[in-house]
Write a new protein. Structure first.
Ligand SMILES: C[S@@+](CC[C@H](N)C(=O)[O-])C[C@H]1O[C@@H](n2cnc3c(N)ncnc32)[C@H](O)[C@@H]1O
Length: 292
């Protein structure tokens, strides 16, 4: 599994593990159906969330569908989940459209969300999950369709929604310039022929959920906070996670900022990363609730 997207999402797991808001998670656990649930996760990537919810004892039975537009990621998810399960002595069976982890069936569905909502689908889910995803789509446009994927009274857990603030420390004279461009890029992005997210998704989602008749029953921050430990090394693969974040910022900003200040900013951040001096914080929000 050498694909850049795969390694980034695998590296992101330990960052998300720390960040996910525990009170919102408790609310999800309270609302989780007692019987084996049907769970749908949109923009699921590699499937690290199903592994996490299994590890945390939240979902261990039933059916869990990973929906993603990226066929490579879904292919890699089979390998990643197998390796993850083997490390825990968990039985894995291969299925034509996914795999079985103990008593949990994991199905892999390759689809672009907008097309999936337009074209119809199978039985509605009891639980709908989106992690680090809603800031990549046009939320007001997709929310009604997303809720139709849930049974009436079904539960949603929308987590790691970016909310307009990235902090890199120590301060750099070009931080504001680069961050303004980074956010402008998010606010004007088009993917798969559709508007693709915005830089203040987290704060706007609160009222968008209310307007859709599904007010949050629990909400809280889920900021990413990443820094090196005592010996100057970043935990797990988090140096790679940070390197990818820096590339993402560069790619977003490069059409909007003069090359010289961007190059100076990037070189300084890369030096700090190599020296274990870089602190990164991204402000994000989590929400859980029920559809009507
Ligand atoms: C930031 S990643 C998050 C992945 C996973 N939820 C996680 O937290 O590890 C966003 C994911 O959404 C997928 N994605 C982006 N736009 C999509 C769309 N319009 N329809 C379906 N999947 C999409 C990408 O392929 C990617 O796997």
């Amino acid at each position: 599994m050498t694909d850049a997207g795969t390694r980034y999402l695998a590296a992101k797991k330990s960052v998300d593990d720390r960040a996910l808001n525990r009170q919102v998670l408790e609310e999800l656990c309270r609302m989780m159906p007692a019987r084996a649930p049907r769970v749908l996760e949109v923009g699921a990537g590699l499937g690290t969330m199903v592994a996490r919810l299994f590890e945390w004892g939240v979902v261990r039975r039933g059916e869990y569908t990973l929906l993603d537009v990226d066929s490579r990621l879904l292919r890699d998810s089979r390998t990643w989940l197998r390796t993850w399960a083997a490390a825990r002595g968990l039985r894995v069976d291969t299925l034509p459209d996914g795999l079985r982890l103990g008593e949990l069936t994991v199905r892999l569905v390759e689809a672009e969300l907008g097309e999936y909502l337009d074209t119809g689908h199978g039985e509605p889910a009891h639980v709908l999950i989106a992690n680090a995803f809603l800031d990549l789509v046009d939320v007001p446009a997709v929310l009604p369709g997303l809720f139709r994927l849930l049974v009436p009274g079904g539960v949603y857990w929308f987590t790691i929604n970016y909310d307009g603030e990235s902090v890199f420390q120590p301060d750099h004279r070009h931080d504001d310039l680069v961050m303004r461009a980074y956010h402008r890029h998010m606010d004007t992005r088009v993917r798969y022929g559709r508007t693709a997210g915005e830089s203040r998704t987290g704060r706007h989602l609160f009222h968008q959920l209310r307007a859709a008749g599904a007010p949050p029953l629990s909400s809280g921050s889920s900021d990413w906070v990443v820094h090196a430990g005592r010996h100057g090394t970043y935990p797990d693969d988090e140096a790679h996670f940070l390197d990818t974040i820096l590339r993402t910022v560069r790619d977003a900003a490069r059409d909007l900022v003069d090359p010289a200040p961007l190059a100076e900013w990037l070189a300084a951040r890369r030096r700090q990363l190599a020296d274990g001096e870089l602190l990164y914080v991204a402000h994000q929000l989590d929400f859980a609730g029920r559809r009507r």
